[in-house]
Design a protein around this ligand. Structure first.
Ligand code: DGL
Length: 266
């Protein structure tokens, strides 16, 4: 059994929505989560900046004994995963992407709204995904600044923002692809604007299953204590508190014993 860790990163705390799916099915792994608040938001940065930022993070995570890297940020995945896989050939990278294929597989006859950062929507990687699974009933919405409003946890400002950008789609769309890992944190607020009956598509549960398969295949599954270490690039204490608060909330809501075990061991 392997005692190395799973490294996971995002531009902030949004990637917690990915981590919570992973720990449900891999409770016996140790984790290091890297929140890059110093460079947040990634959404408006160019490809070269993102590659450089991600390279630095991967370097840190590998020095801290990680066996696999999970890119829990759609923007970073879209712009840097190819570069990273090329550079670190021996390390497996598991990268989130907007769950647009899921719409094609399950609900392709419904009108669909893809919410993501400008960087993700304009990327080559997403363009390929969109062209492959286009249901011709899809609107792509660049939510410039939304990840930041979630990161800052400014509910009032966010409400105004969401009402404004989502107004044209109320009663118009049935599927919403959450193409940024911060957005699952505000599902309720999105519902308030678009209606109760919308259906969300989030790639995190599939990513978690994929990660487990990769670890199995490569004989890298661990049997560890399930520790979660949190690093923020600016050492912001409030980020750490909010991160563990979100994991705990999830635990209370779903009664997930596995998550509670992991948090206790932090
Ligand atoms: N969670 C990142 C994503 O999935 C946030 C983007 C940002 O920092 O702008 O795209």
């Amino acid at each position: 059994m392997n005692n190395k860790k799973i490294g996971i990163f995002d531009s902030g705390i949004g990637g917690v929505t990915v981590l919570k799916e992973i720990i449900k099915i891999l409770p016996e792994e140790d984790y290091i989560y890297y929140s890059d608040s110093k460079n947040n938001p990634y959404g408006d940065r160019n490809d070269e900046q993102i590659k450089k930022i991600c390279n630095n993070i991967v370097h840190i995570l590998l020095q801290k004994n990680c066996k696999v890297i999970v890119i829990a940020c759609n923007t970073a995945s879209a712009k840097a995963v190819k570069f990273l896989r090329n550079k670190y050939k021996k390390i497996p990278f598991v990268a989130i992407e907007p769950a647009y294929k899921m719409v094609y597989d399950y609900e392709k006859n419904e009108k669909t709204l893809v919410m993501a950062t400008k960087g993700t929507i304009e990327s080559e990687k997403f363009k390929l995904l969109y062209d492959t699974y286009n249901n011709n009933k899809t609107t792509l919405l660049s939510c410039v600044g939304l990840a930041e409003l979630i990161e800052k946890d400014n509910r009032e400002e966010r409400k105004k923002y969401l009402e404004h950008i989502l107004k044209p789609y109320k009663g118009e769309v049935k599927n919403v692809v959450l193409g940024c890992t911060h957005y699952p944190l505000i599902e309720d607020e999105i519902k308030e604007c678009l209606g109760e009956d919308i259906k969300f598509f989030n790639g995190a549960p599939n990513l978690a299953r994929h990660l487990k398969n990769i670890l199995k295949e490569k004989n890298l599954l661990g049997k560890n204590s399930g520790k979660i270490e949190f690093i923020d690039s600016q050492n912001l204490k409030e980020k750490e508190e909010r991160f563990f608060e979100i994991l705990k909330e999830e635990n209370t809501r779903k009664g997930n014993k596995k998550i509670s075990k992991l948090i206790d061991l932090k």
